[in-house]
Ligand binder design. Structure first.
Ligand code: ACO
Length: 438
């Protein structure tokens, strides 16, 4: 059972069947028996509970979807209380560092790791779809020099839609696979071009001899050398970071991908929306906020004062807390290890000492303990990216590259699920009753 699915508490049995929920409407004295399947009731069953003939029926009010499952999914399992994350059943700790990002992408999309032959074909396909149409390059040229790289990524992914009109055929298996390959292959190229545009440097075209992460580093950092040689430790670290971000079930951006996908546009339109959702400071923008926060704290001696302000409700401790994890985020543990590997190449980022001490103090403090606030994936990732010389504007962009296979796997699962309908939540109207212009 996922963390978002609450196990029913044992109550006095009132129903002849074990897999039902008995509800008595005290307004009418009527009783209803609602089937429980996979730990859930169908919210539409509540509509049968009416106080009168013209009553719409009971609805569930759930801002932020705190207790609403919007789909059934076989991709990612999370148990937030225990700190468990599994892709297609494999624990993240077993995958990270042992399987490449592209193998993990294949796993998320297809349910199994690729065989050696499938892996070769998959890597070949991705490697040979990394180029952008020259007009897309011109599109990026149109942005102001100070445009945020995440804004450029968002718009450019959306701009791919009219370049691939066949992408609308989402139920054609071959066409759909082609767009999936294109999105995974082209996202790092767009990300690197956005960075080069923002820094006023010429674009670097993809290098097919390099790995997925190595090619990305080349497109970012290559200057006058004939061939860029990525540092293998940094390329590997980046690959692991992409793996750690590859999927995280029904979070804000993934749900956005599914919601847009439910009206059946091409996947570029849906992915642009997902990037938009990831842009926000409470989601993919949190690691940028963590670095700004650590820089603001400046020194270990200033931590107690900062914690005091957080506890007074003046600030949030960025990189702490998670809607699902009420335990240590398993990805944060792996990222902490990756940080040491990266520092062996780049030199130690002084912010890590502030972060480690902040974590120690917070994990010992009643405020954080009672609210089950632990470091999340973003607490350490920004420090690594900064050590690798990424500007903060690139942090959410890196997240988006890693998350793209997850978005696509979830989008594909959603559109092929016969249970899925166009997403259309309800509201509880609180406005004026009927009135007229006098
Ligand atoms: N610092 C201080 N207090 C916090 C924090 C925090 N980072 N997070 C939650 N709390 C407190 C809240 O003030 C609240 O306290 P109260 O009960 O006294 O009012 C309680 O913990 C519950 O907080 P909610 O906001 O209800 O928790 P929710 O599940 O809605 O929020 C979220 C989760 C948005 C991630 C939140 O913890 C947060 O803002 N964290 C900082 C931003 C961050 O790191 N985001 C990255 C998340 S990971 C990702 O998206 C990849």
């Amino acid at each position: 059972m996922s963390a978002m699915t609450v196990a029913p508490k044992p109550v006095t049995p009132v129903s002849p069947s074990r897999d039902t929920l008995s509800v008595t409407d005290n307004r009418t004295g009527m009783s209803y028996e609602i089937p429980i399947h996979e730990g859930a009731i169908r919210a539409t069953e509540l509509r049968k509970i009416k106080s009168g003939a013209d009553d719409f029926g009971v609805v569930s009010y759930d801002p932020g979807f705190m207790n609403t499952a919007a789909c059934r999914s076989a991709i990612t399992y999370i148990d937030g209380d225990k700190g468990i994350l599994r892709y297609r059943g494999y624990p993240i700790e077993e995958i990270a560092g042992k399987k490449s990002f592209l193998e993990v992408a294949y796993l998320l999309l297809n349910g199994e790791f690729p065989t050696a032959a499938q892996s070769d074909a998959w890597v070949y396909e991705i490697t040979h779809h990394t180029f952008l149409h020259e007009n897309i390059k011109k599109f990026i040229d149109g942005f102001q020099h100070d445009a945020h790289t995440m804004g450029i990524l968002l718009s450019t992914i959306g701009a791919l839609s009219p370049f691939y009109p066949d992408a609308k055929k989402i139920f054609d298996d071959e066409t759909r696979q082609k767009q999936i390959v294109r999105l995974i292959a082209k996202t790092p190229t767009i990300a690197a071009f956005a960075y080069r545009h923002a820094t006023g440097l010429p674009y670097v075209y993809p290098d097919n001899d390099l790995s997925y992460a190595g090619n990305f580093l080349s497109m970012l950092w290559k200057t006058t050398e004939v061939k860029y040689q990525p540092d293998p430790i940094l390329a590997r670290a980046l690959d692991v970071l992409f793996v750690l971000h590859a999927d995280h079930e029904q979070n804000c951006s993934t749900s956005t991908m599914r919601v847009i996908g439910s009206s059946q546009p091409d996947p570029y339109s849906a992915a642009a929306g997902a990037v938009g959702a990831l842009y926000g400071p409470l989601h993919g923008g949190a690691n940028e906020q963590v670095v700004r926060m650590l820089e603001g704290i400046g020194s270990v001696k200033n931590i107690p004062e900062h914690i005091k302000r957080v506890k007074a409700g003046e600030l949030r401790l960025m990189g702490f807390g998670h809607r699902v994890y009420k335990n240590y985020d398993p990805r944060a543990r792996i990222i902490k290890r990756v940080a040491e590997e990266v520092f062996s190449v780049t030199g130690r980022n002084p912010l890590i000492d502030i972060a480690i001490e902040l974590e120690k103090i917070a994990l010992d403090d009643e405020y954080f303990i009672s609210r089950k606030l632990y470091p999340n994936v973003d607490f350490y990732s920004g420090i690594i990216y900064q050590a690798m010389h990424f500007p903060v504007e690139m942090f959410p962009v890196l997240f988006a590259i890693g998350r793209m296979p997850g978005w696509l796997a979830q989008w594909q699962e959603g559109i092929l699920d016969p249970d899925q309908k166009i997403a259309r939540p309800l509201q509880i109207y609180t406005g004026a009753g009927e009135r007229h212009i006098s």
